[in-house]
Design a protein around this ligand. Structure first.
Ligand SMILES: NC(=O)c1ccc[n+]([C@@H]2O[C@H](COP(=O)([O-])OP(=O)(O)OC[C@H]3O[C@@H](n4cnc5c(N)ncnc54)[C@H](O)[C@@H]3O)[C@@H](O)[C@H]2O)c1
Ligand SMILES: O=P(O)(O)OC[C@@H](O)[C@@H](O)[C@H](O)[C@H](O)CO
Length: 488
């Protein structure tokens, strides 16, 4: 067994691809905030390809912002920032590969000024983010910057040096402006509709609250391209570490993802960019149709299957997506409710896209869980599902499967499956409010929808409210599987 370090690369199992470039000559051009599983399986891999193609200016410095990111800090420090990716195809074929594009790592809670200095360094030309949908502090409905997390609130109250993602970015942009250094691009890679515009609202919102002149400068000079990102990447488990050990490698931060990957980006960069189009990235003038398609089909489908799946006693995405009743229901949702809300997507046949989605979801080798999809549901339901409901209500379209999904979420929050087994409810920043709302629902049907932070004014829409109440009654009466079959 070899612990994964730069010194061990030459002696690894020959089945494992390793960086073929000299990592000592790579310069940091990108600082990435939020070094989670997805970033390690997606953006870092494209940049590994860029470096392998010979452009040494685009190494990545990872930054952990939250205290729990200390775990990744420690592993990457011990592994010269290297880690293993296992890319699995639908048949279980696995391609193991060591990714070398991370060449430095900082942990903001240890030394936030070091992060500001790195961000302010003229070599840093792109600052990318995967800090989750809830990390931006932007109100989904109003678009206003209203952060709830303690780090951002402390920074807005004047903490120096700042510790939050947007505090760090804004401090660095202030330093660059003062030094006459051109600004970096801020590139959001989170599953958020118009993620570039949301990142812009967060960065300028933070700056506006602390230095309005800087906010104007940022609005005028910093590029915030929208992007669509796609590669299903489950949480790393011991099974992934064991699979990597099967190649003789001890790795504390491996990641397993599907083989499929897609990245679509708008070509707006403040300080240059790597030749991403040469490594398979689609560079387009407008990402909107692609991101809408992905969020309303793929991410929404994860929501649609998960609460119903848990109520039906299921654990894994692949089990649900190999069960005809679920597949029929998902395809019904995609075709009757989601697709009618999309704009034409250049180069994509939506029927093929949906067929491929069901195949991707059905991959047993990836072992993705329903529990991963149910974390922070109070952010994901409004991000992925409710925009479809709004669109369909406005046009008189079908909303029954989306209403059943929301009803299933509310039943899930009651913590018992259809067979009477306990449900381990996933973490959610609004769990106390959600529990109170679902408790009130028993006496007053429909009142669960009176949570404007989640549903906006949808709760007052008679058709949606009636569909939700009927769907809850159906779930209580016949359970998830029969409720789905009733909509076949
Ligand atoms: N996993 C996937 O399949 C996938 C695919 C496409 C896109 N994404 C996007 O990537 C995001 C992260 O997914 P992941 O699988 O890497 O999750 P993860 O839990 O492995 O990593 C999330 C990272 O975000 C950080 N973070 C969370 N809130 C933050 C905040 N307020 N400020 C700063 N950092 C914060 C965490 O500390 C962690 O480092 C998702 O929310 C989604 O938007 C994920
Ligand atoms: O990670 P989230 O919160 O955006 O949503 C959960 C899943 O739908 C998501 O991770 C998908 O697996 C991913 O978007 C596939 O590219």
């Amino acid at each position: 067994m070899s612990t994964l370090t730069a010194g061990a690369l030459a002696t690894l199992d020959p089945r494992v691809a390793v960086p073929g470039y000299d990592r000592d000559r790579v310069r940091v051009g990108i600082v990435h905030l939020g070094v989670g599983a997805f970033h390690r399986a997606h953006q870092a891999v494209y940049l590994d390809d860029v470096l392998a193609a010979g452009d040494r200016d685009w190494g990545i410095c990872g930054v952990g912002v939250l205290p729990p990111d200390a775990a990744v800090r420690d592993v990457l420090a011990a592994q010269d920032c290297l880690y293993t990716l296992l890319a699995v195809d639908a048949d279980g074929g696995t391609v193991p590969r060591v990714i070398g594009s991370h060449v430095a790592h900082l942990h903001a809670p240890d030394d936030p000024q070091a992060v500001v200095d790195r961000l302010a360094d003229p070599g840093t030309r792109i600052v990318s983010l995967t800090i989750t949908e809830g990390g931006y502090g932007i109100d989904e409905l109003t678009g206003t910057f209203d952060p709830r997390d303690v780090l951002t609130r402390a920074d807005l109250a004047g903490a120096q040096p700042p510790h939050s993602a947007f505090g760090l970015i804004v401090a660095a942009l202030a330093a660059r402006r003062a030094a006459g250094t051109p600004p970096f691009t801020v590139l959001s890679c989170d599953n958020v509709q118009h993620n570039g515009e949301v990142a812009r609202a967060a960065v300028t919102g933070f700056a506006r609250a602390t230095d309005p002149g800087l906010a104007d400068w940022i609005a005028a000079h910093v590029a915030f391209p929208n992007s669509m990102v796609d590669r299903i990447t489950p949480v790393t488990t011991d099974a992934v570490r064991d699979a990597v050990a099967g190649y003789g490698i001890t790795d504390g931060a491996p990641v397993r993802s599907e083989a499929y990957r897609q990245w679509v980006i708008e070509d707006r960069f403040s300080a240059g960019r790597p030749a991403l189009e040469q490594v398979g990235v689609q560079i387009v003038p407008d990402v909107a149709p692609y991101e809408k398609m992905k969020l309303r089909l793929l991410n929404a489908a994860h929501q649609v299957m998960s609460y119903l799946g848990v109520l039906a006693g299921e654990t894994y995405v692949h089990d649900v997506c190999r069960t005809p009743a679920f597949v029929d229901f998902l395809l019904g949702y995609l075709h009757a409710e989601a697709i009618p809300t999309l704009d034409p997507v250049p180069g994509i046949d939506l029927d093929d896209y949906c067929r491929t989605l069901i195949e991707r979801f059905g991959s047993e080798a990836i072992r993705d869980t329903l529990a991963r999809q149910t974390v922070d549901a109070s952010v994901r339901i409004p991000t992925f599902v409710l925009p479809v409901v709004r669109h369909q209500l406005a046009g008189g379209g079908d909303i029954r499967r989306a209403a059943l999904t929301v009803a299933a979420w509310s039943r899930y929050l009651e913590g018992v499956t259809d067979a009477g087994a306990p449900i381990e409810i996933s973490p959610d920043r609004r769990l106390p409010e959600l529990r109170a709302a679902v408790a009130a629902e028993r006496a007053d049907p429909g009142v669960f929808l009176d949570q404007p932070e989640i549903f906006g004014d949808l709760g007052e829409h008679p058709r949606f409210r009636a569909a939700f109440v009927a769907a809850r009654a159906k779930l209580a009466g016949v359970g998830a599987r029969a409720a789905m079959a009733g909509l076949a």
